[in-house]
Write a protein that binds this ligand. Structure first.
Ligand SMILES: NC(=O)C1=CN([C@@H]2O[C@H](COP(=O)(O)OP(=O)(O)OC[C@H]3O[C@@H](n4cnc5c(N)ncnc54)[C@H](OP(=O)(O)O)[C@@H]3O)[C@@H](O)[C@H]2O)C=CC1
Ligand SMILES: O=CC(=O)O
Length: 320
C-alpha cells in the first residue's frame, strides 16, 4: 500500500471502499464543512491523489507544494476552481464528472424556470405568512412558459438537456455558443443566434456555460439591459458568469422580470445579499446535481478516475 489519497469531504463508506483497498486514505471527517486550505496543503505534501469538489480552491501554491501528486479528480463537471495550466505544467492529470449529472442539473434548471415564471416560492410565502386574502382576477399572475422563446447561452450537454425539456412545452429554442451545435440545431430545432439576439428576443434565458476568463461577467450590465422586457433569467452554471450587482439593477430598474439562481459569486451567499431581498428572485443553494442517485454516480466516477491514474492509465473523463 504505497499511495496516499486525500479526500476533502466525508462520503458514504461504501463509495470510498475501493480506494481503501489500494491506498492510505486521509478523509476530511465532515460532510457539511469544507476542508480548510491550510489542512489540505499540509496533507497534499506527500499525497499521490486528490478527491476534491467545487468548494476546494486548487491553486498554484497548493499544487506546487504537492510534488508527488499524480491526479486531481473533482466530483463536479465544472473545474474553474482548479488551476489547469499549472497542473499541465507539472504533468498532473485532472478529471471531472460530466454526463452523469446532465439530466439532474437540467431538471433543476427547468424547476427554476417554471418556479420563477409562475412565482411559486413567492406564492408559498404569501400563504405561509397568512397574506393570501382571496382569489382575484390579476392576483399573483406570472408569465406563460408554453410556446414562449427559450434562449440558451452555452448549448452543451446541460443546455441540450434543458432544450429537450423545453420541447415538451412547445418552446421556441434559440442558443448562443462560440461554435455551432449541429445536434441542437437538427434534433432540437434550436436556432443559432448572436449573443445579443438571444438576449433581446428570448422570454427565458438559461445560462449554461462554464466559468472561464472569457465567460467571467459574460452577463454584465450592458448584456442584462439588452434582455427582453419582463424576461426571466436562470443561472445554474457558475455565479461569476453574471455580474450580480448589475443583475440587481436589471431586476429593479431594468428589463429582467425574474431570476432563478442556483449559483452565486460567493457561496454560500449571505442572506442579507441585495438579490435575496427581491421577491422576484428564486434561489437554491447550488443543488443542480443534488440527487442521491446522481451524487453517488459522481462520487463513484471520481473514485474510478483515481484508480485509473494510480494504475498507470488515463482517467475516463480527463480535463488534461
Ligand atoms: N449548478 C450546478 O450544480 C451545476 C453547474 N454546472 C455548471 O454547468 C457548466 C456546463 O456544464 P456542461 O453542460 O456539462 O458543459 P459543456 O462543456 O457540455 O457545455 C458548455 C457550453 O458552453 C459553451 N461555451 C463555453 N464558453 C463559452 C463562451 N465564452 N461563450 C458562449 N458559450 C460558451 C460551449 O460551447 P462553445 O465551446 O462552442 O462556446 C458549450 O456548448 C459546468 O461547467 C458547470 O460550471 C454543472 C453541473 C451542475
Ligand atoms: O456545480 C457543479 C458541477 O458539477 O460543476
Amino acid at each position: 500500500m504505497s499511495h496516499k489519497i486525500v479526500v476533502t469531504r466525508s462520503l458514504p463508506e461504501d463509495l470510498l471502499a475501493p480506494l481503501h483497498e489500494q491506498a492510505r486514505l486521509v478523509v476530511w471527517p465532515y460532510e457539511e464543512t469544507p476542508m480548510p486550505y491550510r489542512d489540505l496543503k499540509q496533507e497534499l505534501q506527500d499525497a499521490d491523489a486528490l478527491f476534491c469538489n467545487v468548494t476546494d480552491t486548487i491553486d498554484q501554491e497548493l499544487i506546487e507544494s504537492a510534488p508527488k501528486l499524480k491526479v486531481i479528480a473533482t466530483m463536479a463537471v465544472g473545474y474553474n476552481n482548479i488551476d489547469i495550466p499549472v497542473c499541465q505544467k507539472h504533468g498532473i492529470k485532472v478529471a471531472h464528472t460530466p454526463d452523469v449529472l446532465t439530466e439532474t442539473t437540467a431538471d433543476l434548471t427547468f424547476t427554476l424556470l417554471l418556479s420563477s415564471a409562475r412565482r411559486v416560492t413567492e406564492g408559498e410565502a404569501l400563504i405561509k405568512n397568512n397574506q393570501w386574502q382571496t382569489w382575484a382576477p390579476f392576483f399573483h399572475t406570472g408569465v406563460d412558459i408554453y410556446e414562449q422563446r427559450l434562449g440558451i447561452i452555452g448549448m452543451g450537454r446541460i443546455g441540450e438537456a434543458v432544450a429537450r425539456r423545453a420541447q415538451g412545452f412547445s418552446m421556441d429554442i434559440c442558443y448562443y455558443n462560440r461554435s455551432r451545435n449541429e445536434t441542437a440545431e437538427q434534433e432540437l430545432g434550436a436556432a443559432y443566434l448572436s449573443f445579443q439576439e438571444v438576449l433581446s428576443s428570448s422570454d427565458f434565458v438559461c445560462v449554461q456555460t462554464p466559468l472561464t476568463p472569457e465567460t467571467k461577467y459574460l452577463l454584465d450590465r450592458k448584456a442584462l439591459f439588452t434582455m427582453k422586457e419582463g424576461s426571466v433569467l436562470i443561472n445554474t452554471s457558475r455565479g461569476g458568469v453574471i455580474d450580480e450587482q448589475a443583475l440587481y439593477e436589471a431586476l429593479v430598474d431594468g428589463p429582467v422580470g425574474a431570476a432563478g439562481l442556483d449559483v452565486f459569486e460567493d457561496e454560500p451567499i449571505s442572506s442579507d445579499h441585495p438579490l435575496l431581498q427581491l421577491p422576484q428572485v428564486t434561489a437554491t443553494p447550488h443543488i443542480g446535481s443534488a440527487t442521491v442517485a446522481t451524487r453517488r454516480k459522481m462520487a463513484a466516477m471520481t473514485v474510478r478516475h483515481i484508480q485509473q491514474v494510480l494504475a498507470g492509465g488515463s482517467p475516463e473523463y480527463a480535463v488534461v
